[in-house]
Design a protein around this ligand. Sequence first.
Ligand code: GLN
Ligand code: ZN
Length: 767
Amino acid sequence: MVKARNLGYPRVGAHRELKRAVEAYWKGESSVDALQATAKEIRKTNWQTQQNAGIDIIPSNDFSFYDHVLDTIALVGAVPARYQFKGGNVGLDTYFAMARGAQTQGADVTAMEMTKWFDTNYHYIVPEYSSSTAFAVSSTKIVDEYNEAKALGIQTVPTLVGPVTLLLLGKTHEAGFKPINLLAKLVPVYVQVLEQLKQAGAEWVQLDEPYLVMDGDDATRKAFTDAYKQIAAVAGLKVLVATYFDNLGDNLATAVSLPVAGLHIDCVRAPEQLDHVLAAFPADKILSVGVVDGRNIWKNNFDRSLALINKAIAKLGKERVFVAPSCSLLHTPVDLDNETKLDAELKQWLAFAKQKLSEVAILAKAANQGEDAVAAELDANRKAHAARSASPRIHKQDVKQRLAAVTDNMKKRMSSYGDRREKQQQTITLPLFPTTTIGSFPQTADVRKARADFKAGRISAADYEAFLEKETISCIRYQEEADIDVLVHGEFERNDMVEYFGEQLGGFTFTENGWVQSYGSRCVKPPVIFGDVYRENPMTIRWINFAQAQTKRIMKGMLTGPVTILQWSFVRDDQPRSETCYQIGLAIRDEVVDLEKAGIKIIQIDEAALREGLPLRRSNWKTYLDWAVDSFRLTASGVKDETQIHTHMCYSEFNDIIEAVANMDADVISIETSRSQMELLDAFVNFKYPNEIGPGVYDIHSPRVPTQEEMEQLLRKALEVLTPAQLWVNPDCGLKTRGWKEVKPALEGMVHAAKKLRQELANKAAA
Ligand code: GLN
Ligand code: ZN
């Protein structure tokens, strides 16, 4: 029989119970026992929810206090030396020290690095390796949680990150050393863990190897083959290798020939791979077909999924097919039933993690007993889809017509950059090395409280506006005193750079409890883009007018770009993402034009997330970059040559895509660079960046205040590959997470650094 299977369930709890418990423990407000009790309750609820939904194969060890990669680091004892781990088991305090750093009596250690998990918004802890890294089983978590479920009468499949992916996810500071060289030392530890699980009674184990969907070379393919040859030697325990987020591509032959009992593939992101996998699939394996989207919140299309499942069954037979979500449900909110404010029409289009479990179970039942056995469910599913695709709330003919009428000219500024620059210099008079900031100023406790009070009705709209005006004025006064050249209004009226626009655009909705783990205890609640996107009214004009009226200096208008709004939302799945992106582009374009009409001379369109939207496989980069850059250009090109367009991106690794970035043709771009000591600039050695650029001179992610000398030094480094006329001076990103105490000395140092460089240049010219 076809089995219904899950790969992982959200661990935060439907009401973010884990967040609260962990944070209380960190603050010393609750005991370790209280924390463990909450964790145990969440695990129990999750297992029982899956069992009640009709899932046959339920995972364990998908729970985590912080991150499952960190759990695996602890499991194999790969604790970096600075945590002074002495062997035995990794304790909870060491675990949290690795995640967050620790500053207690006698101890002051930094956290391990964190970065995004493939192309998701989930962050994992980056393993650190060196040639002397040693491994030993150093945690009982995976066995304990297996036993815990077993005691509840639930036979689970322990899941963990596989050895090859665990090494490839890591980094090293040792020149010439490759973490994958540690494989021979690491695999025996996995074998021991599997032995322990087998002893405890486990029948299956799931090893996640998403690196099988990444561009690989022969060496990595050999690493997979070698590792799983040894792992297969644990007789009596069945291993399922899980892949997700893309297709197996050139790793297909390797993946299907691993000596394991099962393989999971993502047929949501990459349905086209099913035929190829089936054609090559050996007779001794089970295929787990991921058909329910684990990355989104839309109801599954049963007919489409059944077509895929039936294709697999036709080739392999029912005994050799599992039905599953495409990936762990970690990336979806927990339970749609907790949404009380979404209207019924919208709600019937959606499925959160709990609802997705039922979908998997229904699909398995249909596969086993025929469609008649689930006739009512299939009927309801078809009706929901028909209703969604015909809904006038989704389809706005004028939006579609407007997009269809977009011409290439609308994606081009009127003149080339050189001509624009000349015209801009006539109205925008700035010194050399102009100073500016990225937009937001500290969102202090006062600012957050005022917003919360306003939302809860404790203060009136008028009082809230008055408060915001006061904050904005004092932020502007501060910037004048600090002698910053291009001012910003501070973004005090914005809760979040995407939500603020989403709330004002048509086609968006918001959930009450749609939380998804971003990192550790931090969760985000992405907006839902359900329909054609359009702008109802100007969104930022009121505040920019107010701000510009307070100062004679240039006030920069501040918008979020289409790619970033798309990337940080749950996006409709009934049309290509590119289409939705262009629609957002048109809506923001109108705002850009309105800002110009309001007399704003410099407009910044943030594309913080452009880089993270890059597909996993290089072969898909061009298509993405084409429409992403195009959408930005559509947004930015409705203005006169005299109006200066800025953009900002929060990521340092741009070297691979620098030409696409140049193609955005923003007059000025600011990029995060300070942490990597301006590594970005390497790209400019071979590629002459044509427009103006502000490589961030200080790291806003840290409370540390940089010295003027450090910033000067970074600017000098930038001047080795950029001309003085190209260089802007700004921080790495917005200042909203920082306090005024750090911001003031840092910005003052930044302005002085710019002035010092100006003076030096003037002296040189005079000499
Ligand atoms: N303008 C935004 C700000 O300053 C940009 C933030 C970002 O790039 N993440 O907050
Ligand atoms: Zn940024």
